[in-house]
Ligand binder design. Structure first.
Ligand SMILES: [Mg+2]
Length: 310
């Protein structure tokens, strides 16, 4: 069956069957002009969106559709966590050609559903349109304690630079996926990453600055030092490199969805996730830079992660 055979009303019916019950816990969920969400007292809304374009972010014949659905959600959950918040609801807008197989969409929504279960979030609505290529836009809504949103700009001299989990697995997985190798643990982590959806809120009142690793440690940590007008120093031998990954994967690989947390002091484990101190924030001159310490050698670490429009 093709999307055009299903039609928009058929598509909405299928989505309501799959996601309706959870969305039904909202004051107004799927199926009205707009959704309504209650916000607990002393919380602020935090929201973001992510647009995926076919042939730019994914290739229909290479990337499994369930992974595309899962990652579209996971990337946004990670961004909300990086603000010190917790994601709760999302909207999906989908543009797709009429000859798209329902099998593709069914798998896509299965991946979305998997993300809903893992991150305890619910679909609240969306829109659809016809288009030559597939476009997927996810808007994520979450909450953060009022006044506790963690910015990129708050890093202070003497703070520690911390990273959750490990680095490098997604970049290794992408290489293996492109080379047509069998799905192993690295490929699995690239296709189904695990954003630290509970860690961000747990450290929100201790963190001075935070960002998630979506474009690569070197690039995302550079955002922190530039926004905070400081410099940073990290130690090569402290990097929690994923077994099987190399230094360049860990330093520059994107789509890791680990959190970089800048704080005076953090415990070694937060919400069950290991947290490693990899360096510290230092004073800067005119240029806000990163330095990599390798034994007794120190070199400037330039941002060499993913560049949009590159
Ligand atoms: Mg981000």
């Amino acid at each position: 069956m093709k999307l055009r055979d299903l039609g928009e009303s058929g598509l909405i019916r299928k989505i309501r069957e799959r996601f309706g019950p959870k969305a039904g816990e909202l004051p107004v969920g799927i199926g009205d002009d707009a959704a309504v969400i209650d916000l607990p007292e002393n919380y602020s809304l935090v929201f973001c969106s992510d647009l995926l374009a076919e042939n730019t972010h994914f290739i229909r014949d290479l990337h499994p559709p369930d992974s595309i659905g899962y990652k579209a959600i996971a990337a946004n959950v990670s961004d909300v966590a990086a603000m010190g918040g917790v994601a709760t609801h999302f909207l999906i807008s989908l543009a797709a050609p009429g000859d798209l197989d329902w099998i593709w969409l069914e798998a896509f929504f299965r991946g979305v559903e998997q993300a809903c279960e893992r991150f305890d979030i619910a679909l609240a609505g969306g829109d659809s349109a016809s288009s030559e290529h597939i476009f997927i836009d996810v808007s994520m809504i979450g909450r953060v304690r009022s006044g506790q949103a963690v910015r990129r700009s708050g890093a202070k001299i003497g703070d520690g630079i911390y990273i959750t989990g490990t680095l490098g697995s997604s970049a290794v997985g992408l290489e293996r996926l492109k080379s047509g190798k069998m799905r192993d643990a690295a490929v699995e982590r690239h296709l189904f990453p695990e954003p630290r959806y509970q860690v961000g809120a747990a450290v929100a009142n201790q963190a001075h600055a935070m960002i998630d690793v979506s474009d690569g440690l070197s690039t995302d940590l550079t955002h922190i030092v530039e926004e905070s007008k400081v410099s940073g120093r990290i130690y090569k031998d402290r990097l929690p490199i994923w077994p099987g990954a190399e230094e360049h994967h860990a330093l520059h690989g994107g789509e890791e969805y680990e959190l970089i947390i800048i704080a005076p002091e953090l415990p070694a484990i937060v919400e069950g996730i290991p947290v490693t101190r990899i360096g510290e924030i230092i004073p800067s001159g005119l240029e806000h830079q990163l330095f990599l310490i390798d034994g007794t050698r120190e070199s400037v670490l330039y941002p060499r992660g993913w560049e949009h429009f590159g």
